[in-house]
Design a protein around this ligand. Sequence first.
Ligand code: C2E
Ligand code: MG
Ligand code: MG
Length: 412
Amino acid sequence: MATLLIVDDEPQVRKLLETLLQYEGYHTLSVGSGEEALALVAEQAPDLILLDIMMPGMDGFEVANQLKGNPATANIPIIMLSALSEPSARLSGLQTGAEEFISKPVERVELWLRVRNLLRLKTYGDQLKSHSLMLEQQLRERGTETATMNVHDLARLDLQNALRQAVKANEFSLHYQPKLDLGSGQVAGLEALLRWDRPGYGEVSPAVFVPILESLGLIITVGRWVIDQVCRQIAIWQGSAVGALEVSVNVSGHQLMEGDLISDIARILADTGVAPQWLEVELTESSLMENTQHTISSLQRLRDMGVKIAIDDFGTGYSSLAYLRRFPLDTLKIDIAFIREVTSNPQDAAIARTIIELAHSLNLRAVAEGVETAAQLAFLKEAGCDQIQGYLFSPPLPVAALAQWFVGKRGA
Ligand code: C2E
Ligand code: MG
Ligand code: MG
């Protein structure tokens, strides 16, 4: 369980943050001044710090400066809290090395999303660090000079090399997760999810390796392989007892911006003889919000071909409604963050309902992901959600296991 340190001179603010964060399952510590914060961190490093800027005595800027200036504490993520909304306060906060900035009064969903995202990044950084310490040790044993290189560079380099090798040796595979149509009770389609079994390490999460493939420019090659593999699989299923199924493929913004996504898809559909209506591409809300003009025209071409388009992780990317109307879309996928507590948290429930209504008012289908309980399913059904996806219905499965799963479904 992650430990979060709250630093704020106002007791009511501390109490509020403690309540919100404990409710999300975090362990909290709190202090009322910058001096106390530094003393506590020196004794027991937290996983993340929420730091008020305006405090009597040592202010938040000074605390952040000291923590970021010390190698022992520089890696602890800091979220600055401020009632000041001026951009200059935000800038000074970021200049001290703070990772994030939240304005008071603190909004619950924003708080937990920022905390969650930073903790994920930190976990990844810690993994890299322990891995790089090991590498450093190995290098020292071999007596090379390279040990003086920045340890993070080394670990990243190692992962990058492993991924280059993975692309060459094709160490990737795909799992497919069925989606349930709430109207008919039938399988609505599948989502293809990339898997990498790193030799000697085991499964690495696509949330970790996809961004690295993107930074190496390799996502275009791997993404093309995914689409090719998926279309071949659709054709195989169409010729078998499984039958025709719609499959969604996650596509990186890089494929749209730098690759030749549209002609790749056209060629692959022609090669495999799959009709475009069986393919859907999923783009995250945040990737759609970059370079919107180019994105809209590319998506329009895909849509004209007959390929479907979904926005993934919807609700976290702050897209404007005006833009949303201009995108040619078929599906909105509600981010898992709003589904997790949809039955216990009225705010999440309201957001989920709003997204479903928004989807319907734009003539789109609403899909909820991460559905794990019957109570979540009942809520979504009542709220008029069109499709659900999650461990409750089925986890992502390799092709062979999926065939078995279909047999079980028919028998049921
Ligand atoms: P996503 O597209 O939002 O995929 C949904 C994620 O939720 C998947 O994680 C899936 O395994 C997980 N999931 C499904 N049901 C449940 C549930 O009931 N509870 C919970 N807690 N999780 C559930 P996964 O497979 O680790 O993928 C993570 C992300 O990596 C994906 O998020 C997607 O953004 C990216 N990704 C996966 N495959 C590809 C790909 O081929 N290309 C690109 N560009 N990105 C991919
Ligand atoms: Mg997806
Ligand atoms: Mg998603």
